[in-house]
Write a protein that binds this ligand. Structure first.
Ligand code: DP6
Length: 349
């Protein structure tokens, strides 16, 4: 017999960035962060997990290619889920798995991203959130107090925020074992659903410095990171929560752009400095800053993660359409210009 479960999880975009760990093994952050989870039709991972007594070892395939599960991050997620596994019964197949049996059974895992991995867009958040959610579904693990998000966090920090839709906060927590470093939903995906997110792919190259390596360097060498984590982020998080609650778009724009710029300033303050944005990224920032200062165009926000691709947030479809026209005018899709646009939320614009 074989039992299977499948689930899909979208990626999320941080409005207040996570950058820096206080515990590398458990993935505990130096500050709270806030994100918005994208529509699962775009930039999501789909994972199927199968269990069968005929499987001889845990194995995983990512986009059809087998990958090693020996890394600590995968092992931590598998171990924590197995610890919490429950009894499972499938009457049709005549299968009964007792919770203690899960330790002896092996899993085959297949995961796909619905966007080209070559596009240089973060996939670990959707990937680990989906892996943990699908394992929990197959193994009858009941979510208690955000503990599934704490497991996804051990795969990749930002993955804990993809366990929920809408607006999500990852609270850094205080406990040494990480049990209070969990994601909480601030508002559901139907709250403020006029927002449109445009991901402008500036470069499809793999980033040179991974988030994990980059933030390790920043924790070790950047005085600005310490200042940001202790002094700036706590009040910014409160203001962002308020902006989300009251759908205050002007505040969301101000806080999101400022936080992206401070995160990239921390990267520059790292020794050796890390450059995630390129000339095109900076030209997009200038374009949006000019757009926001002109009296005719309603404001839009920009934010950049650990790479040059721009994420732009418009208050509604009309503004998103105007912005997209402007972007395509400024960055015509010539063969030597890699800028392409994905419109997320509504393909009809
Ligand atoms: C810039 O979650 O990819 O996107 O925990 O080491 O796997 P690890 O890092 P990761 O870092 C994401 C950093 C960021 C900001 C954010 O998503 O908050």
């Amino acid at each position: 017999w074989v039992l299977m479960a499948t689930a899909r999880a979208p990626t999320n975009i941080a409005l207040i960035k996570y950058w820096g760990k206080r515990d590398e093994a458990l993935i505990l952050p130096t500050n709270d962060s806030i994100s918005v989870t994208l529509d699962p039709d775009h930039l999501s991972a789909t994972t199927t997990v199968a269990v069968s007594p005929s499987f001889k070892q845990d194995r995983m395939w990512l986009n059809g290619k087998e990958i090693s599960l020996s890394g600590g991050r995968y092992q931590n997620c598998l171990r924590e889920i197995r610890k919490r596994a429950g009894d499972v019964e499938d009457e049709k197949k005549g299968v009964r798995i007792k919770k203690e049996d899960w330790e002896k059974l092996h899993l085959h895992i297949a995961s796909y991203n619905n966007f080209p991995t070559a596009a240089g867009l973060a996939s670990s958040a959707a990937g680990f959130a989906c892996l943990v959610f699908t394992l929990a579904k197959l193994m009858n693990v009941k979510e208690e107090n955000g503990d599934l998000s704490a497991i996804a966090r051990q795969g990749s920090g930002s993955a804990c925020r993809s366990m929920y839709g809408g607006f999500v906060k990852w609270t850094m927590g205080n406990d040494a074992d990480g049990s209070d470093s969990i994601a909480v939903q601030l508002a559901s995906n139907t709250h403020w659903d006029d927002l449109v997110i445009i991901v402008a792919v500036v470069s499809s190259k793999q980033k040179e410095t991974s988030s994990t390596t980059g933030m390790r360097g920043s924790v070790e060498t950047s005085p600005l990171l310490q200042y940001r984590a202790k002094t700036v982020v706590p009040s910014r998080v409160l203001q962002m929560e308020e902006a989300i609650k009251s759908c205050d778009f002007a505040s969301l724009v101000g806080l999101t752009c400022a936080d992206s710029n401070q995160f990239h300033a921390v990267c520059l303050d790292t020794s050796p400095p890390i450059f995630y944005m390129n000339d095109t990224s900076r030209r997009i920032i200038s374009l949006v800053e000019r757009w926001n200062r002109s009296e005719v165009s309603p404001q839009v926000a920009y934010t950049f993660d650990a790479g040059p691709n721009a994420v732009l947030i418009a208050p509604n479809r009309k503004v998103a359409g105007l912005l997209l026209q402007r972007l395509l005018f400024q960055f015509p899709p010539l063969p030597d210009n890699e800028l392409a646009s994905y419109i997320l939320g509504d393909k009809s614009i």
